[in-house]
Design a protein around this ligand. Structure first.
Ligand SMILES: [Fe+2]
Ligand SMILES: [Fe+2]
Length: 333
């Protein structure tokens, strides 16, 4: 066994030996490098999506009061959420990761959350004469404040008490954040765009959605399974119950929020659609974490969502790009 092989074999997702030399020629977690490659392939620039038409449409009153209220509240929440996630990755999750290839993917994810923060800045500035009022909407909206606080409290558990147990829970929290929380907002933007309203904003959201729903979610789902394989004692029955409880609480909040912002509904977006859509997402995430399906009898409430959410109406070419065939000879797993 060479010494470099030995070092690579000792790599751990988190709380392992530090490898600050970032030897990427030998990697233990090939999925992390493959996700990083996909993130690079998905590179996009928010400034290349002109929002002038949306500015005119929004300010000319083309949205009725309900649509406008939902648009404003959805935008306020997602902009707050991406800010929270940017800081969470850098100051919280990222601090405890000890595998270079996973660190790189997390750093890239944080940078993409930064791209999203910029996207929301441009979207907010396009429609609002007072951007501060959008960022600070939680000061006037108790429901938004409650939702933000819950998400921040979940991520601060690891900050206050950085243990492997809390890291395992933080991974589940991130799967929820990337794979459930953004989606009632995305649904508002897509519902409007399917009806010819705020098309450029929806285009921006499609790129953000691709980052959150594919690579970011995939990264944390893989981290969950790898961290579990390395720390099986943490994933006992209590963990399973707590994880399911966390997902259910998130679903309750997201459904309540989604129904609150549509104020009875518009353009086919109803309270039932919101509830079934969010519960369907939760089932998918729970299954991906091997927690089993949580909700029975969930309708496929938005069958058009996956197709509609593809940037420019087509799936990006990342499925065609193959992960690099990393040499694994001499490695022990
Ligand atoms: Fe994001
Ligand atoms: Fe994300």
């Amino acid at each position: 066994m060479t010494s470099s092989t030995h070092i690579t074999n000792r790599r751990r997702i988190a709380f392992g030996a530090k490898d600050e030399l970032m030897n990427m020629s030998r990697t233990k977690y090939q999925w992390a490098t493959e996700i990083y490659d996909r993130m690079e392939a998905n590179t996009w620039f928010p400034k290349s999506i002109p929002l002038g038409d949306d500015r005119v449409m929004y300010r000319s009153g083309a949205l009725n009061e309900r649509e406008r209220n939902a648009f404003d509240k959805a935008l306020a929440f997602v902009s707050n959420l991406d800010g929270i996630q940017f800081n969470n990755l850098i100051h919280n999750i990222g601090q405890h990761i000890t595998a270079p290839e996973v660190s790189l993917a997390i750093a890239r994810q944080a940078s993409e959350e930064g791209v999203h923060v910029r996207s929301y800045q441009f979207m907010i500035e396009a429609v609002s004469l007072d951007p501060e009022s959008v960022y600070m909407m939680f000061e006037r909206d108790g429901m938004l404040a409650k939702k933000n606080e819950f998400i921040m409290r979940s991520s601060s558990v690891l900050k206050d008490d950085p243990t492997p147990e809390n890291f395992a829970r933080a991974i589940v929290g991130n799967v929820i954040l990337e794979g459930i929380y953004f989606y009632s907002a995305f649904l508002v933007f897509y519902t409007l765009a399917r009806n010819g309203k705020m098309l450029a904003s929806a285009d921006m959201i499609k790129y953000i959605n691709r980052d959150e729903g594919e690579t970011h979610l995939d990264l944390f789902t893989n981290m969950h399974h790898a961290f579990k394989a390395e720390n099986p004692e943490l994933y006992d029955e209590q963990f399973r119950k707590d994880a399911i409880e966390l997902i259910k609480t998130a679903v309750d909040m997201e459904v309540a929020w989604g129904q609150y912002i549509i104020q009875g509904g518009f353009l086919g977006l109803t309270n039932d659609v919101v509830e079934n859509f969010v519960k369907g997402l939760a089932n998918k995430r729970a299954l991906a974490l091997n927690l089993g399906e949580i909700y029975a009898n969930v309708q496929n409430a938005v069958p058009w969502f996956d197709d509609f959410s593809k940037p420019n109406g087509t799936r990006s070419n990342f499925f065609e790009s193959k992960p690099t065939d990393y040499a694994t000879d001499g490695l022990e797993w």
